[in-house]
Design a protein. Structure first.
Lengths: 455, 73
């Protein structure tokens, strides 16, 4: 039972539970068993909620037995990044500092919404401390390993969310994206992800990092599963009901085509060919957008943690400690200029997207480096790993654009990702393009074996 | 291409050292005990951020639109 379930997506599982072919309790048991058998190899899970999961699953099965609608995610096990509130559990946000905090009084609304649709919360998932990182090499809790090569990073900061999906431990996970923290790990682990438009899905009950940028996102092994979750998390718009007209597709060039590895750029080329992209779009302002995103992130993150920087500096992860403090010390003029530039970049992006529905860009400049590796060589240039993983992601989230990450897997090599970018609140366009990439075989995600219990 | 890496690394020690007086004074104003931190690394990260600020200033020169009520285009 476990093996056959681990390669199944959320939609498949829900269909089998809704029709009574499989019980939600069996599915929950299988997910819990899979985590217990194999998570030791990848360290994607913070805490498993076996009792709660089985209780929730029993309610789903009871609904099926009585003929009630159990919801579109009936019996689907899911996990959430360690920064979502779970009732009765202390929200760690990847830190040791928050371990002293009282348990959350209630679930984050996103969890309530997913469980309201029949899904079953099984676990919280690893992350960089306070989401300030792209590698999930968390000093307190150990690195999360990439299921496709255990010597490599999973990416971050939602590294546990991506690794758990790639390893088949869970078919659906929530994470958060401030500067690329959904898109980077999705690309490095080879799974699909959706970062919706800033503000579209409530962030309530999620430990903040950067108020101006934080966005909930999620990961799965197919575009269809991303859509089911979107329709549950924002039922105000039905994403699948997008108009069927032909998409106008462009490729981001210039900044977004420089400094990338051959594999990252080739993936975009393959996607562009499959989608019939017929124009390259560039902006000289893109580097400054990334710089401004760094300033806003550092200043807001530093201010958020100022009290703990004052009293508990030594308890921070060395990966974040001095970066948060530098942000707290940043002159206000730098922050205000960055926020002001946001409006300039917003207007520029609106101009860039005037004649296209979807833009394509690499998700990261290179595939997953080894754990502990500080730099990689791309072409003839040595690039630092941690700062550059967000190279292509940051300018886009800086103005809140929705992005689907489509994983491109190459035989014998690590995956890379393509960002499929749409206009604000036009997730449907990115989804349609990603569906097309999936149908064309350009983008795909399969479960990878990581331990004795793997398929 | 601007040196976007700088924000994450200690950077030029001389540049960081120049910022040490600012780091110490501002940390004192904010009541942060610097003995918990690597001063030079903090100054290096700050130097990187200030470099990002110069990039933003240079790109946005002459463009000072009103901040709109929403940040998405």
């Amino acid at each position: 039972v476990t093996d056959s379930l681990r390669s199944r997506g959320a939609g498949d599982i829900a269909a089998s539970v809704r029709t009574g072919q499989r019980s939600a309790v069996d599915v929950a048991h299988a997910a819990i068993d899979a985590i217990r058998a194999d998570d030791g190899a990848i360290n994607s899970v913070t805490e498993v909620f076996a009792e709660r999961a089985l209780r929730t699953a029993e309610r789903v099965d009871a609904a099926v037995r009585t003929g009630a609608d159990p919801g579109p995610l009936a019996g689907v096990p899911f996990g959430v990044k360690d920064l979502f509130d779970v009732a009765g559990v202390t929200t760690l946000a990847g830190s040791a500092i928050y371990a002293d905090r009282p348990p959350a009084e209630r679930d984050a609304p996103a969890i309530t919404a997913l469980e309201g649709a029949g899904a079953v919360l099984v676990a919280t998932l690893r992350m960089d401390e306070f989401a300030y990182g792209f590698t999930t090499e968390n000093t307190h809790y150990g690195p999360t390993r990439n299921p496709r090569d255990l010597a490599r990073i999973a990416g971050g900061s939602s590294g546990g969310s991506a690794a758990a999906v790639a390893a088949g431990l869970l078919p659906l996970t929530l994470g958060s994206d401030t500067n690329g923290s959904i898109r980077v790990p999705a690309a490095l682990c080879g799974v699909f992800s959706l970062k919706p438009t800033f503000g579209r899905v409530s962030r309530a009950g999620m430990a903040p990092f950067v108020d101006s940028l934080d966005t909930i996102g999620w990961m799965a092994r197919s575009v269809g599963d991303l859509v089911i979750a979107l329709d549950v998390l924002d039922p105000s718009e039905r994403s699948a009901a997008a108009d069927p007209g032909r998409l106008r597709v462009g490729v981001l060039g210039g900044y977004f085509a420089a400094d990338g590895s051959g594999a990252a750029l080739a993936a975009v080329d393959a996607a562009a060919t499959a989608l019939g992209a017929n124009r390259v779009i560039e902006s000289a302002l893109a580097p400054a957008a990334r710089s401004a995103a760094m300033l806003v992130t550092a200043a807001e993150g530093g201010e958020l943690h100022l009290d703990d920087l004052r009293g508990r500096g030594r308890d921070f992860d060395p990966m974040t400690r001095e970066r948060f403090l530098a942000g707290a010390l940043l002159p206000a003029a730098a922050y205000l200029d960055a926020q002001r530039f946001r409006a300039v970049w917003r207007d520029e992006v609106a101009r860039l997207m005037r004649d296209v529905d979807v833009l394509l860009a690499p998700a990261t400049p290179f595939s997953a480096p080894a754990i502990g590796e500080r730099s990689v060589v791309v072409g003839d240039r040595e690039m630092l790993v941690a700062p550059n993983l967000g190279l292509y992601a940051q300018p886009l989230s800086f103005v809140g654009l929705p992005v689907v990450t489509a994983p491109v897997t190459r035989p014998g090599e690590m995956p890379v990702g393509v960002q499929v970018i749409a206009r604000p609140r036009r997730e449907a366009d990115a989804i349609r393009a990603a569906f097309a990439l999936e149908e064309a075989g350009v983008a795909s995600c399969s479960v990878v074996a990581v331990g004795a219990g793997s398929p | 291409v601007p040196d976007l890496d700088a924000v994450y690394r200690p950077g030029d020690p001389a540049e960081a050292a120049e910022l040490l007086p600012y780091v110490r004074a501002t940390a004192a104003v904010l009541r942060v005990d610097l003995s918990d931190f690597d001063e030079l690394a903090t100054a290096g990260h700050l130097a990187g951020l200030l470099r990002q600020h110069r990039i933003v200033e240079s790109a946005g020169a002459g463009q000072r639109p009103d901040i709109a009520p929403t940040f998405v285009p």
